[in-house]
Design a binder for this molecule. Structure first.
Ligand code: FES
Length: 108
């Protein structure tokens, strides 16, 4: 199992566990984390799973090349920053155990 903590816009922290190989989107949805909709089912087509990777973790998760499909989609996400990623594209591995993701105040 891999641990990931979602920090809501309110400041509330929601620690959850997920099997290795699942995505951070699935970690959120399986544990009813509010603010992560994931409307397209994880197909990198909706950006409703937008998260801000905690600065302490961004190098390990990886920043996006802006010309990637994910980067292009994030250009339209509300409040996207240099630390933005789509949770459906973050594959949870032991290397990301302890990951902290901040949930935006809104996805639209
Ligand atoms: S679930 Fe749609 S882009 Fe991540």
């Amino acid at each position: 199992m891999v641990n990931v903590t979602f920090v809501l816009a309110s400041g509330a922290r929601l620690p959850v566990e997920i099997d290795e190989g699942e995505s951070a989107r699935e970690a959120a949805l399986y544990n009813d984390v509010p603010g992560i909709d994931g409307d397209c089912g994880g197909a990198c087509a909706c950006a409703t799973c937008h998260v801000h990777v905690d600065p302490a973790w961004i190098d390990r998760v990886g920043r996006l090349p802006p010309d990637s499909m994910e980067g292009q989609l994030l250009q339209f996400a509300e409040g996207a920053t240099a630390n933005s990623r789509l949770a459906c594209q973050i594959r949870m591995t032991d290397r990301l155990n302890g990951l902290i993701l901040h949930v935006p105040e809104q996805q639209y």
